[in-house]
Write a protein that binds this ligand. Sequence first.
Ligand SMILES: [Zn+2]
Length: 205
Amino acid sequence: MPGRSQEVTTPLGDTRDRILLAAFQMPSRQNMVQRKSSITNAFVNAIIPVVQPSVEEIAEALSILKITPENVTCAYCGDSSSEWDHLRPLVRNQRPTGFVSEIANLVPACGKCNQSKGNKEWRQWILSNARLSPTGRRILDTPARVELLDKFERWRSPTLVDFPRILGTEAWTHYWSLCDEINSDMREAQVVAESMRIEILRRIA
Ligand SMILES: [Zn+2]
């Protein structure tokens, strides 16, 4: 076992170091290129139409999911819900899937699940050990929730937008070239930023 012999010779010091190192957490170094998916998500989200549900549709959606309107809980894990999440993701491979913001594609979710699920397919994610996924968090009634979500998915065929057909291929291609330009500018800026960061560290070290 690594570190074992050290533990034997200096048990107190070693434990103290371990506790102190575990207590500290350096903020992760930000990199502009990591923002590529958030820029792409912004380009997708900016064009997604929002379709308001009727009161009856809200009642129906909640009843399928066995959630009471007085106490809206996360359809994935059962915690208190903080938002409604797109069941089928809006983005795949850096492009819109065609799904929109409408009740047929929205379920109540908690922040943990929403953050953990991201743009993943719901079934694959919920059954995976992804960080903060219901399976990863050992939520026992996950199979029952999967059944309800299955039922919800069958409730209605969601709208699937063919963006290039509605907007024209030229306008569509132009829109994504704007996104690619921004991403490429960010990559360029990141190279400059990286050498600046190294220079700053050298001066203050
Ligand atoms: Zn949840």
